[in-house]
Ligand binder design. Sequence first.
Ligand SMILES: Nc1ncnc2c1ncn2[C@@H]1O[C@H](COP(=O)(O)OP(=O)(O)OP(=O)(O)O)[C@@H](O)[C@H]1O
Ligand SMILES: [Mg+2]
Length: 493
Amino acid sequence: MNNANNKFYEFGSFDKFGNLNSSYFVMMNIFIIIITYLISVAIFNYKHFSFDIGNIINNYITYFKNVYYFSDSYGLLKYLIVDYKYFILSLIFVVLYVYNVFNAKLEQRKLANFGLEDYYLYKKLKNGVIYKILPSAIMDYEKFTKQFENILQRNNKGSCEISRVDKTSIKIIYKNKIPTIEQLKDYKIQDYLKKDKLFLGFEGGLIKNIEPIYIDFKDLPHSFALLGTSGGGKSNSLNHILFSIFYNFNNVYELNFIDFKGGVESEPYNRLEQKYKTNKINTYTTSRFELYKKLVKLDIINKARQQYLKDKGLKKFKTNFIYVFFDEIAEIMDYTPFDKVEKEQHNRTKEIIESLFRTGRSQGFKLFFATQIFTTIGSGISNSIKTNTIFRILHKTESDEGIHSVIDKEPLEERGINPKTFGVGEVVIKNENLYYHCRSLYVPDDFINYIQLPKTKIDVDFENEINKYINIILKEYKLNDLTKDDLFPNLKT
Ligand SMILES: Nc1ncnc2c1ncn2[C@@H]1O[C@H](COP(=O)(O)OP(=O)(O)OP(=O)(O)O)[C@@H](O)[C@H]1O
Ligand SMILES: [Mg+2]
């Protein structure tokens, strides 16, 4: 064994493969016994000891001379029985030493079994550990994360966050396992809603087993994607998110649900509007012309709001958000039109959707879409939309390619998250450079019964202001086959 490395392994009690260095181990124990014995003698006889260096040895000699039964044939045994107090300290230290060595040795053996013998435990943290690499070795971070994930699986631990501290050390933070559907079965979303916060679901916390996760609305971007295979829970997650939005309904200017996959998912929101008559909730499920009209309208509003911000010297909208939800966006983007007229409308629809993703941020647009794939082919999502989608919620996904088109390989491996093995409702969320691994709650079919909306208050001043800008935009805007009254029937010029 390389001597320079001894200090990492309880001063050489074992080697980097976790094998005990037995002669060293025995010597260490004897050494501990002798030293602690001598100290005990001095402590128990402190009255007869004077602690100056020249005298200490004399003190011991006098002491041993006075232990009269040392000269008997059974003297030593007698001594141990009568004066066992001198060995209590030895016993404590030997047990501590043996315990430490065996723990550390087993830890090292675990690493070595997975080919990570060049790493050693440097420091234990409250909820994790730091490993360092031997000075003589070079870190292969990818290998470490892969092998460490195997260790976790073997030991049936929950997930963890692995991160590189510097060139020589790696930090591991352990988390509890993500809660199961069974564990969450009695949890209800309505009990976890908070003002100004988006409730995402539950993670296996650092200390508690089940911990709710929230993000401040003000920390949310303008664009959100829900991705994953059919049945992974995308529509459920969307409804889950909407609970928080409805709970913070005062900041909502309007909500638009676009669901051309039969309209089943958006039907509850129709009923919610019928119940509360907010004039803020719209659904689009069959008529592509209606959708086209709506998007032209949103395009004009986007431009009007741009002008409004500029004239008022404001940076962005902090309320009056316009939400647009596309459940299965491929049904819109990847649609083949019938005829020339429809084709033109379809192209314009797509252009405006792209433009909203690109430019809608400051004007208070919040755009959500669910899709099974995140590549242009099959989903119709352009690269521009993809790069402008900041907040990504990934459900179960079968292929590496599909996974890594949404979230890079490294952050997932570092955290030991594998979306191929996800259960229903289990997600990994990426918001800029923050990651969350959690499970959303099941949203029952009758969920709108648990939603309560406040009475709509119209901000007349804001409406009048913004209408002024809409009129300005309309002067220049090419409406083509549409008229002003189609779009803004109540707008006064
Ligand atoms: N967090 C969850 N806990 C328990 N069950 C869930 C959860 N999320 C979704 N489910 C159930 O899983 C099934 C599929 O969910 P959902 O319809 O949301 O999937 P999807 O990804 O939208 O599928 P598709 O692509 O076919 O629209 C539903 O029956 C739903 O009730
Ligand atoms: Mg769905």
